[in-house]
Design a protein around this ligand. Structure first.
Ligand code: ZN
Ligand code: ZN
Length: 229
C-alpha cells in the first residue's frame, strides 16, 4: 500500500521510478498496442479480422466485436492495477493520452447519433469499498475524446462474483456470471449503439454476459472496448 501512496506525490514512473510522469518517455516507448493482425473475436477469442465476431459465433445476444488497445503487460499492466486500487486521475489522463489517434477514427466508424458508452459497473458493495469504479474513471476520459455520452443508469451489477481468475474453465466462469447484471429497460432504444467499456479483457466472460444483458433488453449493436488485453 505504501508504494501506491508514494505514487501520488511526487509523480514517478510506474516501472522505473524515474520522477516526473507515471509513464516516463523511455518506458512509454516499450508499450505495445494490439496490431491489426492480433485482433480477436470476443466470443471464441480466436483471431478475427477487425475484432468482428465470427459469423459462426454470432447469436441474437452476442457482442458484435471487440477492440482492445494495448497489450496487457509491462507498464500497461501496472497502470491497470494501480487504477484498480487508487483513484489517480493524473495517471488515468496519462494512460488515455497514450491511445494512438487511429483509435478514435476506428471507433468513430462504429458510431451513429444514438451511440453511447457504458462502463462495466461494479457491484455496489465493491464500489463502496473502493470508492470508485476504475472503468468509469477511464470511461469518462474516453467519452471526452470520442465526444459521445456516457450512461451509468442503464446497466447495474446486482450479484457479487468470485474473481474470474480463480475459476477453472469457461463453463464455470459463465455460470459464475449468470444474472450478474440487471437493466433499466426503459433507458434503451432499439436503435441504441453501445460501446461497452472496461479496463482489461481477461476471460471475456464479464463482457459477454453484460453484452447479452443489453441485447436481451433490445440493444441492436454492442461493441466491446478495453484499454488492454
Ligand atoms: Zn520509466
Ligand atoms: Zn469466434
Amino acid at each position: 500500500m505504501l508504494n501506491l501512496l508514494d505514487l501520488i506525490f511526487p509523480k514517478r514512473c510506474l516501472t522505473c521510478w524515474r520522477f516526473g510522469k507515471y509513464f516516463c518517455d523511455r518506458c512509454a516507448s516499450t508499450i505495445r498496442t494490439i496490431g491489426t493482425s492480433e485482433t480477436i473475436c470476443p466470443i471464441c477469442e480466436r483471431p478475427a479480422i477487425g475484432g468482428i465476431t465470427h459469423p459462426r459465433c454470432q447469436s441474437n445476444y452476442s457482442l458484435d466485436g471487440l477492440t482492445s488497445i494495448f497489450r496487457y503487460d509491462g507498464i500497461i499492466k501496472k497502470a491497470v492495477k494501480s487504477l484498480k486500487y487508487r483513484r489517480v486521475t493524473d495517471l488515468a489522463r496519462e494512460f488515455m493520452a497514450l491511445i494512438p489517434p487511429s483509435f478514435s477514427s476506428e471507433v468513430t466508424k462504429l458510431r451513429t447519433n444514438e451511440a453511447f458508452l457504458i462502463p462495466i459497473p461494479l457491484h455496489i458493495s465493491r464500489l463502496r469499498d473502493r470508492g470508485f469504479n476504475q472503468a468509469e474513471v477511464l470511461g469518462r476520459l474516453l467519452v471526452d475524446r470520442l465526444q459521445i455520452p456516457i450512461r451509468m443508469d442503464i446497466l447495474k451489477r446486482v450479484k457479487k462474483t468470485t474473481p474470474q481468475v480463480e475459476m477453472k474453465d469457461r463453463k464455470e466462469r459463465l455460470q459464475n456470471m449468470k444474472d450478474v447484471f440487471s437493466m433499466n429497460h426503459l433507458a434503451i432504444q432499439p436503435s441504441s449503439h453501445i460501446i461497452l467499456f472496461d479496463d482489461v479483457f481477461t476471460t471475456g466472460a464479464t463482457m459477454m454476459v453484460a453484452g447479452e444483458t443489453l441485447k436481451r433488453a433490445g440493444a441492436r449493436f454492442v461493441w466491446a472496448v478495453t484499454m488492454a488485453r
